[in-house]
Design a binder for this molecule. Sequence first.
Ligand code: PLP
Length: 370
Amino acid sequence: MHTEKTITVTEPLLPDLEEFIPYLKKIWESKWITNNGQFHRQLEDALAEYLGIEYISVFTNGTLPLITALQALNITGEVITTPYSFVATTHALWWNGIKPVFVDIDPTTCNLDPDKIEAAITEKTTAIMPVHCYGMPCDTERIQAIADKYGLKVIYDAAHTFGVRINGESILKAGDMSTLSFHATKVFNTVEGGALVCHDAETKKQIDFLKNFGFNGETCVVAPGINSKMDEIRAAYGLLNLKQVDKAIEARHKAADYYRAALRGVNGVKVFEDVPGVRHNYSYFPILINAEEYGMTRDELYFKMRDDNVLGRRYFYPLISTFDTYKGLESSNPANLPVATRIADEVICLPMYYGLTEGDMERVLRCIVK
Ligand SMILES: *Cc1c(COP(=O)(O)O)cnc(C)c1O
């Protein structure tokens, strides 16, 4: 019999309810509940300032900005991407009729391996869509150099990367566009939500048309847009939650240090260390289990944790390339993706969220450290 409470892998950060109510009253009074209202505009301004970027459009979730970025940049044909991500990354290509071409990842970052990108480029390739997995920065310089050499666009799925900076600069400045997710499970959430970051006013204008059916004014439709606008209630919630995000990242940092100190010396367990110059957001805490050295497989550990009411998550397992929709692609062959295949079999993300206590972490560690 379990008497201890379940430790979940994540828990959403919620704004203070008392503080939220006056915002709701304003929305009720104005009766302006969506379509670029005051809180929507304020949230875009506040996010641009917090993130240290100029142009950001907020969306109703983190998948539609991926789909919209591909539309805005007229991406067609083939796009190079990673199999080691949440399935939305590749689905966005599928929804645009684009063929995903999977390239293996680098084991130190879990991100697209720049050494393997060029071999996957064909005359149909128009873009690269990397993911900053777990908020760990991609090698943006090398990816840009390859893109420039072949005339390709770069769209970063930066869903895990809220608040990550390199030498003080936002990671969102890399590439042609970056997308964010504000889903409940992310470091910063608006319940559901997301954003698309670009680098000039003209492109932002185009994106804003696209997220509102393509409307430019009352009677003119400039493109076949979609509806992916964020409503006023979630924009107000986001404004409040943004005030807490630094506090949340700080708490996550402490938790990551606590886990790392306990796990560094454990045979067969790999932890990921901070990269010098990078302000990490500790959005996830992945560890890799080498079954031979650890004496137990990742799945055995995962189920043993579950028996103790500690929920880890095998994130990202299975690889996107193994799902029915994609497994027939040539690039989905596991022989093409040896590193991603191995890491997907070894990874387990430990509970990580604001409010995780040392007592919780001790319970997690008791499952892992023998
Ligand atoms: C969460 C996530 C998304 C999708 O975001 P939603 O807001 O859930 O639509 C896309 N890519 C990655 C890597 C994610 O983790």
